[in-house]
Design a protein around this ligand. Sequence first.
Ligand code: XIL
Length: 566
Amino acid sequence: MERFNPRRLKLAAVLVAGAAVLSACSISRLPSNPEIPTSSAAIDLVRNGTWAIAGVEKADNSLRVTPTDLAIVEQDGSPREDNPAINLFGTHIDRKGDFSVALKVSDRTGTAHITLGTPPLIEDEFRAELGTLSLTMNDSTLEVSLSDQTAGKAYAVDNLPLTDAPEHILALAVTDDILTVSANGTTEKITMQVGDTLGKSIWFGLDAREGAFTIDAFTVQGEHNDTVATRSANTTIPKLKHGLASLVETRRPDMKLGAAIAPGPLVSEPKYRELLGNFNAISIENAAKWQFIHPAPDVYNFADMDGMVQAALKAKQKVHGHALIFGEANPQWVQDLAGNPEALKQAAVDHITTIMKRYRGKVASWDVINEPLADYDTDPGSYGLRKNIWYETLGPDYHETMLRAAHEADPKAELWINDFGMEADGERFQQMLDLVDRLRAHGVPLTGIGFQAHIDEGDTNTTDTHIDVTMLRSRIQELEKRGLRARFSELDISNASEHAVFSDTIRACLGEKACTSVTVWGVTDKYSSGGDIDQFGIFHPSDVGLLWDKNFKATRGIEDIRRALR
Ligand code: XIL
């Protein structure tokens, strides 16, 4: 779909405004002799900040940044874009207005990325900048670019030359809505109109590519009587006394009501945290998928998952991990192991073992296998299985290897297989039962089956079109006969007329002891997987999908649920 693109308008406005500013003001606020400020007003983020970010190692007086290879792949596995890590759960700053930042970078052997701004919206096919200033130090240039959601990707880009000096001092200042950047105090400076792109709360990102670098100093201070304060992440999820989960608990104390969550909104949106108080369980929406949590063979990126797990446990929410083995969201290095069964199997077992051991006693349940059945539009392998890298390289029994490794890593964890199209499609559900029966015949540990329940009435390609309470209950009973449980794992809708699917699904689960939980796939449409990004990097949220709309307004689905639970 072609969408209106305000980017060009904005770019033109920036150019005009930039030119006007250049001629109208003298931009000499930055010291010509580059120094890192030492005044008491300057906050030292190296010494006094906390850094919970992949690839960043804190020494006494410096931060060492090494490559993580964090990137987002296309669904078909082809490379898409870098996904520089952000210090979401460490220190960020709140500013009143004008401020400045100074950085000293040394020992650089590759590209250094430094970002400032609002946490981006990260899904597993794209990253949408919500307001980011990005500084990229290449061989001989410092590239400065600004992105936000009114203009899309990089609405303003400019470069400064960098010498091959062993260290560089970068200084930036925001005065009213003008950003000035200089390197090493040279007279050449970049000036850009920044408006409110950066927001009042600013998170920092550090990312190295093809080489490492060191940050010897990183200071920030308020300017022109405006103040800056450091903050640690607020991840407090209030328990809502009359929230939805409380109602479920009254009816079925053993049943959970969950929501899938993302780290960016958790730390940056107070309203999001408040709405999360409606739930007594969470699922990790994307952060535990392979490309995010294990981007390179020797690199694990646990920071975001750790932060979410900690927040949930503090709020006494049960945590569900998603998804250890999946045909999608696999980083390039894993895809490169296709056709090499020994190495791929070893990588998978290490992956499962390392992650599950880390979260033993914290993450109660895992989707060990996600989407093993063939998609509607793909050619199925034997038993109707999806021909993904696991099937192709390890054969149709790969599930057994993975589930056994998972059980060994955390014998107490619940182990699930999760898939879509389980709700209305008889053939597909039967294929899942057949898989389950093959696994049971071999004594493979398995807790149950997750029904994703992405319901779309208008989707003619799939059968995920409706919720039939009677049918769901009989399917849960089929699983129960086999000693297994069921969970509704990713409930959302893509059709406005279907708000009742939320309450109907909850009703089906309430009535069956073997059904452990209902989880909605996100909290608000503002950040939901129903949204899409256009070619300019602008995210367009869906108008319907979750219990709260894109303005955090409660939808009819909530009233339905309350009624169903009365
Ligand atoms: C979705 C996420 O919600 C999005 O953010 C991402 O861009 C794509 O994946 N089935 C699954 C989930 O098992 O992992 C998918 O989640 C939705 C479909």
